[in-house]
Ligand binder design. Structure first.
Ligand SMILES: O=C(O)c1cccc(C(=O)CC[C@H]2O[C@@H](n3cnc4c(=O)[nH]cnc43)[C@H](O)[C@@H]2O)c1
Length: 208
């Protein structure tokens, strides 16, 4: 599941037309991504769901152009603001803001990516509703979720749909920008799409 066509096209280049993969558009944001993933899972027979695309990298954790494979997929802003600070849905008793991933799948993929000489990191990938745009917000996320490695906008929605259908899920982000003050001129879209293509060609090797 990719949010936009440019991500889908990078994945398609990487998998070189393999019929083993069904590359679909999720749309931008967790709700539409959840709906589109659930629709696909209701109609087809899948053994793995992958949320893939570009994302923001937390400074000191994932540099521009690198790859992040999620160890956990976390809805970082799903909760309530209180006088004491942010309160997650877990703390509120309304469910879980976290979806776990199968560690053996993560290891299989990251070993292959390392083996191909690519820069790859593993850690929590946050799903946010609003792209983080200040150091204060980035610091708050880092404090709330130690080890946060990347952020994007769809992973949690895709993961919840996969979880409902009892299908394992992965999230993979290639880093186009740093999480923090918005500096559109510094975004490395080309490098991120090239990395997404490279990851997809490795996926073809390890999952075939
Ligand atoms: O501002 C622009 O000109 C612009 C051009 C293309 C794409 C964008 C996006 O904001 C893309 C959002 C899209 O990409 C993921 N993404 C990429 N970086 C981040 C981030 O730092 N924080 C959250 N999401 C990010 C996201 O999953 C969306 O699908 C802007």
């Amino acid at each position: 599941m990719t949010a936009v066509a440019a991500e889908r096209d990078a994945v398609l280049r990487g998998i070189r037309g393999s019929s083993q993969f069904d590359v679909r558009l999720a749309g931008v944001g967790s709700p539409v991504a959840a709906a589109n993933t659930a629709t696909a899972l209701a109609l087809g027979d899948y053994s793995l769901v992958i949320s893939a695309g570009i994302g923001g990298g937390f400074v000191g954790q994932a540099e521009l152009g690198s790859i992040v494979v999620a160890s956990e997929i976390i809805a970082a802003d799903l909760g309530a603001e209180t006088a004491e600070g942010f309160c997650s849905v877990d703390e509120l008793g309304f469910g879980s803001s976290r979806v776990s991933v199968e560690s053996n799948l993560v290891t299989l993929l990251t070993d292959a990516l390392h083996g191909a000489g690519l820069s790859v990191h593993t850690g929590p990938i946050l799903t946010v509703t609003t792209v983080t745009g200040s150091s204060e917000s980035a610091d708050a996320l880092n404090k709330r979720i130690p080890g946060a490695t990347a952020e994007a906008m769809e992973g949690y929605g895709v993961a919840v749909a996969a979880q409902i259908y009892n299908v394992p899920v992965l999230e993979i982000r290639t880093i186009s920008n740093a999480v923090g003050p918005r500096d559109r001129a510094a975004w490395k879209m080309k490098e991120a799409f090239e990395a997404l293509e490279a990851v997809s060609s490795i996926l073809l090797e390890v999952l075939t």
